[in-house]
Structures are given as C-alpha cells and as structure tokens.
Design a protein around this ligand. Structure first.
Ligand SMILES: *[C@@H]1O[C@H](CO)[C@@H](O)[C@H](O)[C@H]1NC(C)=O
Ligand SMILES: *[C@@H]1O[C@H](CO)[C@@H](O)[C@H](O)[C@H]1NC(C)=O
Length: 405
C-alpha cells in the first residue's frame, strides 16, 4: 500500500524534559504522548527505530537505538521510564544525543532521516545554540516542542531547524499536548517521505513537482498558459507519461497521510466529455493505489485511494459548482487530502467535502511502481500548466488560484 510514513527509514530520537518543573503526572502524560506519536511509525530493523533520552541536570539514555524491534516492545519500554527530576540542561542533552546516541545506531549509514524531537517545559539553564548547530552539522533534523507558559520562544527557535513555523510546536500544557500529536506525526511524515522542495513565493514547500517528475516539459509541446506570464503544455494521445516512482522526484517513499494535489488545466474537446485519470499511481502489479479521475460526461471528479484494509475506496464529487471545470477554460483544481476526509476546491471555491475511511495503512515502498498521467482511452487532450503535490496540508490555504483570470 501507499502511505509511506509508517515504513519510513527513520532514526528517531526523543529528548524529553525530566526536570522538577514537569512533575510526576505530566511526565506520565509526556510518555503517553511519545507512545502515541511513535504509533504512527512501524518500529523495525528496516523501518523506524526510536531512542529516548531523558534529561535534567544530566542526560540519561533511557532507550538506545536498536534495542526494541516492535512497537509493542517500544511502548513497554517507554512506560517503564522513571522520572528523573532536577534542573533543565537542554543543550547538554542535545550534545549527548549528537555525540553519544545517534552514532551508536547500527544504521548510521543507511537511515534516511536522523530526527531529534526536543520536548521542554521551560528555559534551559545552559546554552542550546552551539549544540543545536553541531547537531545540524551532522545532518540531524531538530524539532522543538514547547509545553506550557514558562517556555522561551527564542530558545525553541534556536534549537529547531528553519523555518520555525515547521520545526517548532507549542502546547499550552501537558493536558493539551494530545492536540499537537497529529501535527507532530504529519511533520515527521513529511520529513520522511518528502525529500524534494518546490520553490513557492518566498518559501520552499515540501512536495513533488509532477511536471518535472513526469518529464512533461521534455515530452509535451509548449503553449501559452492561463496568463501572459504563464506557460503550459499540450498533452496528446501520442505521449507516454508513465514514470517509475523510484525516481527521486516522484514519491520514492510513498505519499504522506495528508497532502494537497493541485492541477491548473484546460480541457479541450473531446476530453470534456470523457472520463480519464488526470493522475494515478499503480502498484507493481498494476493495481491503482491513488487516482484523480475527471469525468466529463457526469461532470464529476473521483478521488481513489487505498485504505486500511487494502481495499480501494472511491469518493465522487458531483456538484453544480464543478460543471465549469468542463467548459474549455483554464481552471485550478485542488484536492486537500486528509486522513479521514478529502475536500475539493475549484478556482479557490470549496465545492465539497467528503469523508474517507481512515487510510493510514500498511504501506510498501517497493510496491509503488508507476506514476501515470492520462486515461484508459488514449484520446486525452488537455492543456496543463501546473501539477503539484504539496506535503503540508496547510499549503491548501496558501496556494490560491491567482493564475486563473
Ligand atoms: C494518547 O492516545 C490515546 C488514545 O487515542 C488518548 O486517549 C490519549 O489522550 C493520548 N494521550 C496523549 C498524551 O497524547
Ligand atoms: C521502470 O523500471 C523498470 C525496471 O525497474 C523498467 O523495466 C521500466 O522500463 C521502467 N519504466 C519506465 C516507464 O521508466
């Protein structure tokens, strides 16, 4: 199956605050949160391995890398961590992680991502900048999670990678830390499966530029786009847009749980009356894993995705607001895909919101084989200007249809 995060090859280090200010009860909550966050990943020799450091005055290695090879074993080990108590020497703990814990991973050379998550409830009593930069110099990605009102935002920013909007998370207190679990999992997921960046406005968004991945620029004829400043490409039946997903630019590790699919396109006759897949991914054996199907006859858009029980689920958007997609003019189609729902937008107008059964599933890196654009019939004739997949669901708000006149 498709969702890549569960089987990402991560070395994940949690650096948790065990100082006196946390207290016994909240420390238990922090442990439960850790358990919940790791539940989104398969723990195993070829998938994610997790380690835990608890720190106060000195760091203590609670769980080394490679000690537990199932989620269940890891959960028991986290439950057994005993609260330390003491001061808050966060910098020292980060340094310990970089120098003593990551290097002991048996897969130091094979783990794709080395990620540390620093959880703190207050201001550190030592310096965090140098140890954090030293960690980054070792290609360790640092997230900072601040809990409660005693935290110093500038310190979290100094610890975390840039941009801080991505790498710093806040919770009001430990009782509400559950609220940022999904955000944490999604961010770890993006970090694991979205290696490429798309330059958008002044920021680099994690995602996949499918025009590049499908080599559309090389294969299709260049034409005028929706505005004078835009160029587009004409696709015809003679062009083959199948590409292998093992390529770096097209989901080598699968898709994140949540993402935004954006296409700016113009449908021409006879395509306005046909059903075709605008985009789809097939498994090695040719089974659809995910697809966006446009149906000109029904004036509908269908989203297909694999789900938890390995059966496909399809949801179809059919709404009067969707009819103009088939009117031979330029439009921006946007699908915001979340764990349990999918929302369709046309030219920034929300058309419909449909439920999905939870699709966070057992994935499989190697089963992804092809990425296909075009339909079952070979007569698809469309003009395409943008085809992207953003890994951050919040990009849905930033990605406006300003290219549509
Ligand atoms: C962990 O997940 C369980 C079950 O979903 C939930 O009841 C609990 O509040 C979560 N705890 C934390 C601290 O995230
Ligand atoms: C995909 O890769 C396989 C080998 O792994 C190769 O035989 C096939 O031609 C490739 N297909 C495309 C469209 O590149």
């Amino acid at each position: 199956l498709l969702i890549g995060c569960r089987t990402a090859v991560n070395d994940l280090l949690f650096i948790i605050d065990g100082s006196w200010s946390v207290g016994y009860e909240d420390f238990d909550t922090a442990k439960n949160w850790l358990i919940n966050v790791t539940s989104g990943f398969d723990i195993g020799p070829s998938y994610t391995q997790a380690a835990v450091i608890q720190y106060s005055d000195a760091p203590r290695l609670e769980i080394p890398f490679g000690q537990y090879w199932t989620n269940q074993e890891l959960i028991s080990a986290i439950k057994n961590i005993k609260y330390l108590g003491g001061n808050t020497q966060t910098g020292r703990a980060i340094k310990f992680g970089t120098e003593e814990v990551f290097p002991t991973s048996q897969r130091a050379n094979t783990a794709k991502n080395r990620i540390a998550i620093v959880i703190t409830d207050g201001k550190s009593q030592d310096f965090v900048i140098d140890p954090s930069e030293a960690a980054r110099a070792q290609n360790i990605i640092l997230f900072a999670v601040g809990v409660g009102s005693e935290i110093t935002e500038s310190e979290l920013i100094a610890i975390a990678n840039k941009p801080s909007s991505t790498y710093v998370l806040f919770a009001e207190d430990y009782t509400t830390i559950e609220k940022i679990r999904e955000a944490m999992q999604q961010k770890l997921c993006e970090e694991s499966v979205c290696p490429t960046r798309i330059p958008v406005a002044s920021r680099d968004e994690k995602g996949f530029e499918l025009m590049v991945g499908l080599k559309i620029k090389q294969k299709a004829q260049k034409i005028a786009g929706s505005l004078m400043s835009e160029t587009a490409y004409m696709l015809t039946s003679v062009t083959d847009f199948v590409e292998n997903t093992s390529h770096r630019d097209v989901f080598p590790e699968g898709l994140p749980t949540s993402y935004v699919f954006v296409a700016t396109l113009r449908l021409n006759p006879p395509t306005i009356k046909e059903a075709f897949d605008l985009w789809r991914i097939l498994s090695r054996s040719g089974i659809v894993q995910v697809a966006v199907t446009l149906d000109g006859k029904q004036k509908a858009v269908t989203f297909t995705t694999n789900s938890i029980k390995a059966d496909l689920q399809k949801v179809t958007f059919r709404n009067s607001g969707l009819q103009k997609l088939f009117n031979e003019e330029w439009h921006q189609l946007k699908l915001l895909v979340m764990a349990k729902k999918v929302t369709l937008f046309l030219d920034d107008v929300q058309i419909q919101n449909l439920g999905l059964r939870s699709k966070d599933s057992v994935p499989c890196r190697s089963c992804l084989k092809q990425l296909v654009l075009l339909g079952s019939t070979c007569t698809v004739h469309i003009e395409i200007q943008k085809l992207r997949l953003y890994c951050d669901p919040q990009q849905s708000e930033r990605e406006t249809a300003c290219e549509i006149y």
